[in-house]
Ligand binder design. Structure first.
Ligand SMILES: Cc1cc2nc3c(=O)[nH]c(=O)nc-3n(C[C@H](O)[C@H](O)[C@H](O)COP(=O)(O)O)c2cc1C
Length: 386
């Protein structure tokens, strides 16, 4: 059992982990899951996923990270850092000049500026940042890293033909679109050696016409396997189609199963030996045990269940909790649904981080307002990348 990455949005403008991170992970670590993944840690503070992100690079102060990792590793639990670059999915509260593979703008409520295509030396710089941050993560006590190549962030923007229109060696064929991710993995492996686990979170598909598809994903997975990736986490969707929350775009037959990316996991199993974690939709103990017994996957990943029940992990592991039920979150208007959902879970994270009990009665309206206010307010305190 693993806790999948859940962005914490708890950092102040220093972008360092603090007492809130420690309290939050203390709560999660005592549940008994084998591994916790951190929320996405950004490798460049100019392109954040959220105003309250943790940022790490080769020269970040080590102590705040060491305190954070010790909280988890002292309980004999693995703690892997998820590393990310938001690319075009960085809001205007973080940057007015986002970067991406190409200049394809994300059109969502006017929140994202048109990105500038990265120059080749900048792409090399991003690879170096991922590598340096990986080495830093090992130094400060993380027990592995995961590159976030799913959900439409920069690595995923390069993979998708919808957002990558380049005609140089970084675009066009899947071999070229995958180059940024594959070079990052290869260089990180070279820098870190073979004893330190590297994982990749990858979309099975973007669930959009003309986007990254399952055949592309299978190619990438085989190449990742050749480069010694220790764990593949399968997910799906982008900000345009948030499949990882909603299952929208997933085949009907698949939706009927509890976890919506399992069909794809079967294809991966057939074509590779790579250890698989699937995240998204696991809610009953019986179903989780069944897929583990069937060897459909190696690790069951959970996101929201960790925010819906204070003793979720311990309860599932000792059998005293059989099921987790998702609350119905109603947005004030349909366009704000994603914000209401993100805001609702963000509020639960903050409660746990403050040592409080979860409050599942918090309304979708308040979630939307709180989330928007926080992003704007915290964003103003950060240095906006103009
Ligand atoms: C509040 C929240 C924050 C999330 N943050 C991240 C993140 O930082 N990185 C990531 O890869 N996925 C993130 N996700 C997606 C989850 O890791 C997971 O893929 C998704 O919630 C589906 O799993 P579930 O049905 O078990 O919740 C987030 C999800 C939620 C609800």
């Amino acid at each position: 059992m693993a806790k999948a990455a859940l962005t914490e949005r708890l950092a102040d403008p220093s972008h360092l982990p603090n007492e809130k991170h420690i309290q939050l992970y203390k709560t999660w670590a005592k549940g008994g899951a084998g591994m916790l993944l951190s929320g996405n840690i950004l490798i460049d503070e100019r392109y954040l996923e959220s105003a309250g992100n943790v940022v790490a690079h080769g020269l970040s102060p080590e102590d705040p990270f060491k305190k954070w990792t010790k909280t988890v590793t002292d309980t004999n639990t693995h703690f892997w850092a998820q590393l990310n670059h938001a690319g075009r999915q960085s809001t205007i509260f973080s940057t007015r000049r986002p970067v991406s593979a190409s200049d394809v703008q994300l059109k969502k409520m006017g929140l994202f500026a048109k990105p500038r295509p990265l120059l080749e030396p900048e792409i090399e710089d991003i690879i170096n940042r991922f590598v340096k941050t990986t080495v830093f993560c090992r130094r400060v006590g993380f027990t592995g890293v995961q590159f976030h190549a799913a959900h439409g962030y920069l690595l995923s923007q390069f993979l998708s033909p919808k957002t990558n229109l380049r005609t140089d060696k970084w675009g066009g064929t899947i071999e070229n679109r995958a180059r940024l991710l594959l070079d990052t993995v290869a260089k990180a492996r070279k820098a870190i050696g073979h004893e330190f686990p590297i994982s990749v979170k990858l979309n099975s598909a973007d669930f959009q016409k003309g986007g990254f598809e399952e055949q592309d994903a299978l190619y990438v997975i085989k190449e990742l396997e050749k480069r010694g990736v220790d764990l593949l986490e399968i997910s799906g969707g982008t900000y345009e189609e948030v499949t990882f929350f909603t299952q929208k775009g997933v085949k009907k037959s698949t939706q009927e199963r509890e976890a919506y990316f399992l069909d794809f996991a079967k294809d991966v199993r057939r074509e590779s030996q790579i250890p698989i974690m699937v995240t998204g939709g696991f809610r009953t103990l019986e179903f989780c045990n069944k897929v583990l017994e069937n060897k459909e996957l190696d690790i069951v990943g959970f996101g929201r269940p960790f925010l819906l029940h204070e003793n979720f992990a311990a309860g599932f592991l000792d059998g005293s909790l059989e099921k987790v039920v998702d609350p119905t979150i109603k947005a004030p208007i349909k366009a704000y649904y994603d914000t209401a959902v993100a805001g609702f879970y963000d509020y639960q994270i903050e409660r746990l981080a403050n040592g409080k009990a979860l409050n599942l009665k918090y309304s979708g309206g308040r979630s939307t307002l709180r989330f928007t206010k926080n992003e704007m307010w915290k964003g103003l305190k950060n240095k906006i990348n103009m």
